[in-house]
Design a protein around this ligand. Sequence first.
Ligand code: PAF
Length: 288
Amino acid sequence: MRTIRTVAALRATRRDGETVALVPTMGYLHDGHLALIRAARQQADQVVVSLFVNPRQFNDPSDLDNYPRDEQRDAALASDAGADFLFAPTPDEVYPPGFATQVRVGGPLTEALEGAHRGAEHFHGVTTVVTKLLNMVAPDVALFGQKDAQQALVIRRLVTDLDMPVRIEVVPTVREPDGLALSSRNVRLGDDDRRRALALSRALRAAEGTVAAGTTDAAQVLTAARAAMTPFDVEPEYLALVDPEDLSPVGTVDQETLLAVAALVGPVRLIDNTILVPAGSPGTNGRH
Ligand code: PAF
């Protein structure tokens, strides 16, 4: 596997007729990223993993400062998982002096949930850098994780609205054996906070159980989910039942519904989600 820093060098690797898959990352790779890379390996001749900690999507400067970084470790992991190229551009390669463009998806997709709490600017930073990465790499397919369900919806909207010639694949969340969703930020959890972080996945499992038992009333489902967080002394920033396509709030879980949660656990802000499938409903369409 080769590490490449410039768009020109990356383009020079392109071979006629070969397909390319892109796995965009901010590094500090974990098994969730490796699942994306392995899925990419199945889908294209060349696999490019991008590694760029995008300053424009951090609303909290201390989160950016503390974001874990280890390029050597990432290169070894990406190579083992089957990547051909690690594209690790400098900030100036992505945002050269004079850079003045922002790519925004408007409306509820960026204003709800994460947008309401972190600000829609977070997503504008994501869509700007993802547009850059898609233009720089020009992949046939780009893969993203379901853990960032809202981000995946925003990116699908972006590529549809701008007629970008790329397929977007969303890969299921990878979890620790005890249920914690993998995240690069998990390494910043101390022992006690690591235990408390289970509050999020336990809330999701409680909601799934409630819906599987036949409850459709959204308030009751949310009450069960919230109660599962209480023993961990974790207060959700939001815990919301929404339409999985447009993020509008739902009052009844009578079709597939996205349950999304965010919470601050010690110094680390965590998110997680699941698609609730009401009893007797046909299934999940592979979305989670
Ligand atoms: O999901 C992430 O790691 C980032 O938001 C992404 C898509 C790599 C853009 O910086």
